[in-house]
Unconditional design. Structure first.
Length: 419
């Protein structure tokens, strides 16, 4: 059996097989300031009391601080629910993006089943958990009962080998895979990432890859935890590695298909408007004029991303025709970036530093694009109208590319920037 099948079998209390419908208990359920109100509205028709207040996390990250009366009202509804139900332990306001903050708080462990009313809940697969997004109505049932149903997914084994060059990051790996199999290429299937490249990859990069599993339609992305992940979880949960439920695929595990990638000669990858699978080598799009650059999000707002940007932006100034927004993914990352001197360098370069949160990723809060404007971003989606006007355009890239492009005012290969 593979990792996903083993986790679901454990929760079901018996061996399960792909295609089977199962009902299982949930270890952690999450919603944010955008999805909690509809979940609450449905929940109140079902039950008066949540199944376990300590296994629910509600995170304010999409519109923080509130930027409209509507978002303020949404957050008021959430606070009333939190206080009524006693969900104070895992009420998270302003600390950062849910998919970064929950692992930082020690709420994510290997072998868990985690659901969230946000499609990028698949991020937690980087820590060896089965995690997936769901709609607010489904989440309301979880809040009431602590259970949900799944169809056991078939699994794809993504074998990634090779050493990345200095201008390429894990973001390029997942963009390359999505470009290969398409935005619906793994619909309701598991994307299990393995190989020497994944084994040698740090926590940040692994989270980036699993975060974007949904962009190829996958039900979940997942990886076997390596030493760095295990050390991270042990530190956050105060548990010894031997106390963690680390699940591994059997050597003879069955997969729907196996796909192999050698990333040794991979160029920086750019997802061009208006689909995440419209992926091209940077050499095909260099020189494209841009108006805005964005470094942040649950995909690439971590300290390693800010370090990549710092190494390019330090002692430089951004192009006068471009605005650069930088959003650390969490308060912890923000403080670390301050301590390392990154924030001073970003400000000196002309960047706008925004509070930790989702912000402009979904065109909801700061950095909204007007008609015909072009943004190059480290976020995860570039759909038509995603960041503002339907006639604006979004290109997706790694933090090095976005930083280099901010200096030149056009999409630029980082190798062309000499500090």
């Amino acid at each position: 059996m593979n990792i996903t099948e083993k986790i679901l079998s454990s929760k079901a209390g018996r061996e399960v097989t792909p295609g089977e419908i199962i009902e299982i208990p949930v270890d952690l359920a999450m919603s944010h300031d955008g999805t909690s109100p509809p979940a609450i509205k449905t929940f109140e028709k079902i039950s008066d009391e949540v199944w376990d207040k300590d296994k629910i996390a509600i995170v304010f990250d999409h519109n923080v601080p509130a930027n409209t009366i509507g978002s303020a009202e949404f957050q008021k509804v959430c606070r009333n629910f939190i206080n009524t139900q006693g969900i104070t332990k895992n009420y998270i306001h302003g600390e950062g993006i849910c998919h970064q903050v929950l692992p930082e708080m020690g709420l994510v462990e290997p072998g868990m089943v985690i659901v969230g009313a946000d499609s990028h809940t698949c991020t937690y697969g980087a820590f060896g958990a089965f995690s997936t997004g769901m709609g607010a109505t489904d989440l309301a049932m979880v809040y009431a009962t602590g259970k949900t149903w799944f169809m056991v997914p078939e699994a794809n084994k993504m074998i990634i080998n090779g050493e990345l060059n200095e201008y390429v990051s894990p973001k390029d790996i997942i963009l390359n895979i999505i470009g290969d199999i398409g935005i619906a290429g793994a619909t309701y299937q598991t994307a299990e990432f393995t190989g020497e490249t994944i084994e040698n990859m740090g926590v940040d990069g692994r989270a980036t890859i699993c975060n974007m599993a949904i962009e190829m339609g996958a039900k979940n992305g997942i990886m076997e935890p390596n030493k760095e992940v295990i050390d991270f979880i042990s530190k956050r949960t105060n548990k010894k590695p031997s106390e963690l439920n680390i699940v591994k695929s059997d050597k003879d595990a069955v997969y729907k298909r196996e796909l192999s990638y050698d990333v040794s000669d991979l160029e920086p990858q750019i997802a061009c408007p208006n689909d995440v699978d419209n992926v091209k080598d940077i050499s095909k799009v260099e020189g494209t004029a841009i108006d805005q650059c964005l470094i942040g999000s649950c995909t690439n707002g971590r300290i390693s991303d800010l370090e990549d940007a710092y190494n390019i932006l330090k002692d430089n100034e951004i192009n006068n025709d471009v605005r650069l927004l930088i959003l650390p993914a969490s308060r912890e990352i923000y403080k670390e970036a301050i301590n390392r001197g990154y924030i001073d360098a970003f400000i000196d370069a002309g960047a706008i530093i925004c509070n930790p949160g989702c912000g402009p990723c979904l065109g909801g809060h700061m950095g909204v694009l007007s008609k015909d404007e072009v943004c190059i971003s480290t976020t995860n989606r570039n759909f038509k109208g995603r960041m503002g006007d339907p006639e604006s355009e979004v290109y997706l890239a790694n933090a090095k590319v976005v930083a280099a492009s901010a200096l030149e005012g056009v999409i630029t290969h980082p190798k062309d920037i000499v500090n």
